[in-house]
Design a protein around this ligand. Structure first.
Ligand SMILES: *[C@@H]1O[C@H](CO)[C@@H](O)[C@H](O)[C@H]1NC(C)=O
Ligand SMILES: *[C@@H]1O[C@H](CO)[C@@H](O)[C@H](O)[C@H]1NC(C)=O
Length: 536
């Protein structure tokens, strides 16, 4: 998949210095697609270039580079730094780290040359996060030792070089008034390194990737003071997303929610896909030409495999967004209602009115790692939505479904609550979103239909009730519900399980089947307790 991997950086340097053979020259300047990676010269330097090899060739830092001010790592830059224009014609701006959690990393001045991302810095590699927590080879994931090893990034995926090494590669000759051969990718980019394996699914794209990306982007640029509410966020707009390993269909789901959400949330955002990324790779090295690099002004690099190497995702939640959200919570730079701007944009786009958007609005309190709405927030009217899966593969015992509908109907009639029993696939996108936008209690068997919970208003009684085959569990909707500040209950027939109790993923026989039981009175009792405030 994709282009053949680039040669080691040293090979390139050797070519530039003329210390090479015809064979190497042919390797470098062949058109992409026909390149054969030379094994004769492949090297395994930890940091790519062998420094002693370089100094041996008499290349030294220029005084100018030595004097370049160093940005402290891991800090948010001031506004003035962000808007300062850098003269990339003559300088190699150094890469700085803005923020990092496993799978989510924001850099300024990150370089790309022949498919490899380069950190250009006079600091050692150890000053930056280990690349295994930043990126991967971009291959689809399988749970085998071979595949896990194949996804481990190497210096071909990401490397650290010094400004003088960058000059060797892409520098113009100052004596001839030549400009550096680096071209800017201006503004703010999200570079998505994961393949289409999960991206083409509504839950994984909207409730995992987008949710993680938005939370990380917000907290990377916010301070505690600017994260009291999403309205005071100082995170800059996102200009483009580049799906490096997914083609135009690779990030689209079949029902079409992914494209709908992305366009609604970010109407001006430009999307590039794998083919565009390959164009950019090819453009860094052409037959007979001199190598050039792209430089990202500000880029958030996201990688699913790298997120899974983190503790929150890999050991606890299996949710890539967990690394992003927990990082922001720890720093105190994630507003309680951080998701609200995306939710509002999507719902406004779909035609939901302002009165509905204002339901329960007044989110300002925090409890543990759960965000809860203020006790004053109201949720009027009460809307109970049961998303039925009886038309799909995994579903309830037919009698239990019928009994549940009867019990919900009489409960809602008795209290004057609105009840919707829907099969999502029979509604238009707009109808589905309009319903989620006003739902107080969402009920359903574990499945993609529950992804709409990301469009529910967050109030103290907002609740997701997920029905599993008894003893079965998965974190998908539970984690997502809590990340947004709502309560989640897993139903096993006549019992429920909820935070702070820990339930581990489990897929018993029957999990995917058509005989999932549910004891209706357990569900209606739970709903009444939640709405009455007896279950906080
Ligand atoms: C770098 O190159 C020098 C000279 O060729 C060699 O002696 C040294 O072992 C190399 N270092 C690494 C880390 O490969
Ligand atoms: C579900 O719970 C009810 C009420 O306790 C019980 O009568 C029924 O047998 C249970 N069903 C299953 C499949 O366990």
């Amino acid at each position: 998949m994709g282009l053949p991997r680039t040669r080691s950086l040293r090979d390139v340097v050797l070519i530039l210095l003329g210390a090479t053979t015809m064979h190497l020259a042919t390797v470098l300047f062949q058109e992409p697609g026909s390149i054969i990676v030379s094994t004769q010269v492949s090297s395994h330097f930890m940091g790519g270039i062998n420094d002693s090899a370089i100094s041996h060739l008499n290349v030294e830092d220029s005084p100018l580079e030595k004097e370049e001010a160093q940005q402290p790592l891991g800090t948010v830059e001031s506004e003035s730094d962000i808007i300062t224009a850098v003269d990339i014609a003559h300088d190699f701006p150094e890469t700085t780290l803005v923020s990092h959690a496993p799978g989510w990393t924001v850099y300024r001045n990150l370089y790309m040359f022949y498919g490899t991302l380069y950190i250009v810095s006079s600091q050692p590699m150890s000053a930056f996060p280990d690349i295994m927590f930043v990126t991967s080879t971009g291959l689809p994931a399988e749970n085998t030792p071979e595949n896990i090893a194949l996804r481990m990034p190497t210096a071909r995926d990401m490397d650290v070089i010094t400004p003088s090494q960058a000059r060797l590669l892409w520098g113009g000759d100052p004596d001839k008034a030549e400009r550096n051969r680096i071209w800017p990718i201006e503004g703010n980019t999200v570079l998505i390194n994961e393949p289409s394996q999960f991206l083409d699914h509504y839950y994984h794209f909207c409730a995992e990737f987008l949710l993680g990306a938005w939370s990380f982007w917000q907290s990377a640029f916010n301070t505690a003071a600017s994260s009291t509410s999403w309205t005071s966020s100082r995170a800059p707009p996102i200009d483009r997303m580049i799906f490096a390993h997914a083609d135009a269909n690779g990030w689209r789901d079949r029902p079409g929610f992914n494209a709908y959400f992305l366009r609604a949330a970010f109407p001006s955002l430009a999307v590039e896909v794998q083919e565009d990324w390959q164009d950019r790779i090819a453009a860094t090295s052409s037959r007979g030409g001199r190598p050039r690099a792209w430089i990202f002004d500000t880029v958030m690099l996201t990688d699913r495999s790298a997120a899974f190497r983190g503790e929150a995702c890999g050991s606890r939640t299996q949710r890539i967004a967990a690394e992003a959200v927990e990082h922001g919570r720890k720093l105190g730079t994630l507003a309680a209602d951080w998701w609200e701007p995306i939710r509002r944009s999507v719902l406004r786009f779909s035609g939901v009115d302002e009165k509905t958007l204002a339901i329960g609005y007044h989110v300002d309190a925090q409890r543990g790692d759960l965000v809860v709405a203020a006790a004053t927030a109201t949720h009027d009217p009460i809307v109970v939505t049961y998303i039925s899966r009886q038309g799909s593969r995994r579903h309830l015992i037919d009698d239990d479904h019928a009994t549940l509908v009867e019990a919900l109907t009489s409960m809602c009639d008795a209290h004057g609550w609105e009840l919707n029993v829907v099969q999502a696939e029979r509604l238009s996108k707009e109808e589905q979103l309009a319903l989620a936008a006003r739902t107080t209690i969402m009920i359903g068997v574990h499945g993609n239909g529950l992804t709409h919970l990301i469009m529910m208003p967050v109030t103290p009684i907002s609740t997701v009730i997920e029905i599993f085959y008894p003893t079965g569990f998965a974190h998908d909707y539970e984690w997502t519900t809590h990340a947004l500040g709502m309560r989640h209950f897993a139903i096993w027939n006549d019992t429920y399980h909820s935070y702070p109790e820990t339930v581990w993923p489990n897929y018993p026989e029957g999990f995917q089947g058509t005989q999932i039981p549910v004891h209706a009175p357990a569900v209606t009792q739970l709903i009444q307790d939640r709405i009455a405030g007896r279950l906080q």
